[in-house]
Design a protein around this ligand. Sequence first.
Ligand SMILES: Cc1ncc(COP(=O)(O)O)c(C=O)c1O
Length: 408
Amino acid sequence: MKPLGPIPPGFTAKDGELAIGGRTASALVKEARDTPLFVYSRDMIASRIESLRDVMPKRLNIHYAMKANPYAPLLEFVADLVDGLDIASVGEFERAREAGYLPREISFAGPGKRDRELHAAIRAGVTLNLESENEAERALTIGKQLKVAPRLAIRVNPGFELRGSGMKMGGGAKPFGVDAERVPALARRIVEAGANWRGFHIYSGSQALDAEAIVEAQGHTLDLADTLAREAGVGVPHLNMGGGFGIPYFDKDTPLDIGVIGAALETRFAELPETLRDTQFAIELGRYLVGEAGVYLTRIVDRKVSHDTTYLITDGGLHHQLAASGNFGTVVRRNYPLAIASRFDAEPEEVVNVVGCLCTPLDRLADAAHLPRAEVGDLVAVFCAGAYGASASPSAFLGQGEAREILV
Ligand SMILES: Cc1ncc(COP(=O)(O)O)c(C=O)c1O
């Protein structure tokens, strides 16, 4: 038997079934007309953001990194709850505009921005987090052509990393950002060229559950921004301090203690160096805001036994839930939180493998999981599906097509 990850708090049973936003899984599937289905809860997203604001310093802005979940109704809902949006392509920019975000609330990070993307961002007034000197020169040239001062910040490749993070984005050679020692010269160049200088973006990692590690990285980030500003002799109108707030996906993962982070930031903000006194600070978060608010519902289409192992075969799989299958950046596959949604309050009574419908051994949703007995037609719920699910999975693989999505 292998443990399942912890089901996020807030999910209850109604009439024996999993309920999301007060409605049973079967009612939600009926409304969406079919499975597989992603369900995202408004209440959970709103209360997550509210509890974050409760503990973070008032002068800290919260940005949403839409790469986590770009589903249009969710993006629109989040627009009223956050202070800014981080995008990674012009495709995301178009979705953001449709969802009502204003260009000045948007920053665009990501290596390999094409000229037409720089053009669209500069013309609209989006802040570019520049990833290289080359990108900076192209942005300045495009600004001149358009006769506008582009809003430019430098994404710094810091010399440190976010300890314990699932994805490290600093501390050595990286395709992201400009190495810290080359940043002062580039900052001077941008200011002297007459651009609208916005400051720094320092992103050191993702998916950290250790509050002390985040406190440490944020401390290094503030120190680095101060050093860079002094060396360059430029101001820091804005400092995007990155994010990295993780959520528990696996057995023994414990929730991040945001109170510790908020208190430490409050202390740091009370003793800011001269260079950062007037700075507007932001963190950018994806999965922490929306990850636990999403559930992936998939229906069991077959139940079979092979060499004493029972398989529940579902109509979903890695084409929608690559991360839960263990194929999205994990070294050793572990089980995500998963339940039989149709029998949410029943006791576990058998050990089964839950798999997807793709013809590959990679398509696993739970290995050797202890679950209530489930039959063909029952619904399975995979939790922590609100981030890097539908849009981060290969839905075209084997012609299965996309999942449905609803916001409740
Ligand atoms: C620059 C940047 N911002 C934000 C994020 C969002 O990360 P998460 O969803 O873990 O908060 C990432 C993730 O890789 C990133 O690279």
